[in-house]
Design a protein around this ligand. Sequence first.
Ligand code: NAX
Length: 328
Amino acid sequence: DQAPLRIAVTGAAGQIGYSLLFRLASGSLLGPDRPVELRLLEIEPALKALEGVVMELDDCAFPLLAGVETGSDPRKIFDGVNLALLVGARPRGPGMERGDLLSANGAIFTEQGKALNDVAADDVRIGVTGNPANTNALIALSNAPDIPKERFSALTRLDHNRAISQLAAKTGAPVTDITHMTIWGNHSATQYPDLFHAEVGGRNAVEAVGDQAWIENTFIPTVAKRGAAIIEARGSSSAASAANATVDAARDWLLGSAEDDWVSMAVVSDGSYGVPEGLVSSFPVTTKHGEWTIVGGLEIDDFSRARIDASVAELVEERDAVVELGLI
Ligand code: NAX
């Protein structure tokens, strides 16, 4: 099918957008043969900056870029989109409580969920990068009753990629040797990067590392707090790596994950692994033909169980808060 894939990106004038749009337009998502059309959503005050970004897109003369539209009305921008990458969100400002953050984002993801429900293409897939990503995805899917819940996911691929990179560095293996990595739970500091099922060149990662203390005291906190470390070093939050992960996640969703491996995606729980049904939580999944399947039958020991439960408890709290706010 050589018709352009129509891709919406929200928050397109932001930091992540500045990296993401150029990756999408250059063919990182579906390869060098499939044209793409970009639909860029921003809030009114950012539309002028967005025009500047579109000028730069023009100036790349990307062969695959079949069209660009910009605007602040989700009902226009989401019209007929096959893929929606919801990156724009309200960041936590000074003095903002968690409830304020949830309600500000609740307003955004309620409106966008409804608009997607009404105008997106029948085959739409929706990836949420904007934080709090899991709960924003839950709000959006709850407001889109005609779109199957399986079409929504929240991004934990950046955490997954960070975990691969840390394990590769520790073991001296190339990143291509690392497989079966899993991020469980929330895209937050409570997330659980799980090495017990991961492999390094086909060997169990825990055995390959041979250092339980490193896993507990270095690996897990380094992955979970990597976002804060980047802010500390760079002076702003991760953007190019977040854009890269957004592309990786969408590409694997649409084209399929590698044989004999899996990826991490936050998707609506069917009750697997004790995660309450309906929560958007990160799991190991395989993907094929645009569908994901939670990997079944993994053994979860007490160490992992406690960490998965802690992150899921945080998701339950976030869900209860948005229920209380009347957002879902
Ligand atoms: P920026 O603040 O640079 O950009 C966000 C953009 O969204 C702004 O241009 C803003 O005008 C726009 N926006 C706000 N409300 C909007 C609305 N209702 N409709 C359309 N656009 C809207 O943030 P950036 O660094 O690009 O990060 C974007 C989001 O990604 C943030 O929520 C951030 O926390 C989240 N992240 C998520 C990650 C993940 O792994 N899931 C990692 C990176 C990043 O922290």
